[in-house]
Design a protein around this ligand. Structure first.
Ligand code: SIN
Ligand code: FE2
Length: 217
């Protein structure tokens, strides 16, 4: 077999890194489906476009967001919550494509979470400089279900902390095709994304997409 010399993605090998008792990075787990996933993201964004939401404190979030599934995550002056109707279009969020749901189920199962049935997938789009500050995912009504997070495009530094905001954070490089799964006792760990460095991905361009699957309803 001849390996391309200058293509990092093609050289990435599947492997698992342990971040906690119930938290794992599945390296390159989504790599061979990446172009199909990007196509599905485009389909969702054609119906419910990416938009910059406002935090309850009045700040505009740097990552642009949309959702698919029965519920979508929104933030505005009234707070963070899941809603069945996209406030931008006034219509239901686009259905979760089977390919996305299947990938999330397979990733959850390989991390030890059988029967993961996500009802929402938040799709974040980051440009160089965009970030996400340290937060917990706790707007979901089912905290027994894990979170499955898929990264596509330019790399990002993921911060993975503890259950208290003040605990130290670990830095994890997330690359195109990597999947992170965290649940169980790790479900409420603080996490975030450092400002993305300027970069250009051969398939995705100067952007990063992150898909997070959860059981919210
Ligand atoms: C999130 O916490 O919602 C996004 C994390 C990421 O972009 O990897
Ligand atoms: Fe999050």
């Amino acid at each position: 077999m001849t390996l391309p010399l200058f293509d990092d993605d093609a050289l990435a090998e599947p492997s698992t890194e342990v971040l906690g008792p119930a938290a794992f990075v599945l390296r390159a787990f989504a790599l061979n489906q990446a172009s199909d996933l990007l196509h599905e993201i485009e389909g969702v964004a054609n119906i419910s476009p990416h938009r910059h939401m406002t935090t309850p404190g009045g700040h505009t979030m740097s990552a642009a967001m949309t959702s698919c599934g029965q519920l979508g995550w929104v933030s505005d002056a009234r707070g963070y919550r899941y809603v069945a109707v996209d406030p931008l279009t006034g219509k239901a969020w686009p259905a979760m494509p089977d390919r996305l749901r299947n990938l999330a189920q397979e990733a959850a199962a390989s991390a030890g979470f059988a029967d993961f049935r996500p009802d929402t997938c938040l799709i974040n789009r980051y440009l160089p400089g965009d970030r996400m500050s340290l937060h917990q995912d706790k707007n979901e009504s089912n905290l027994n279900a894990p979170i499955v997070s898929v990264s596509l495009g330019i790399p990002a530094t993921f911060l993975f902390g503890g259950i208290e905001r003040s605990e130290p954070t670990r830095r994890v490089q997330l690359r195109h095709g990597d999947v992170v799964v965290w649940g169980g006792e790790d479900r409420l760990r603080f996490h975030g994304i450092l400002p993305l460095k300027p970069d250009d991905h051969r398939l995705v361009g100067p952007r990063r997409f992150n898909l997070t699957f959860r059981c919210a309803g």
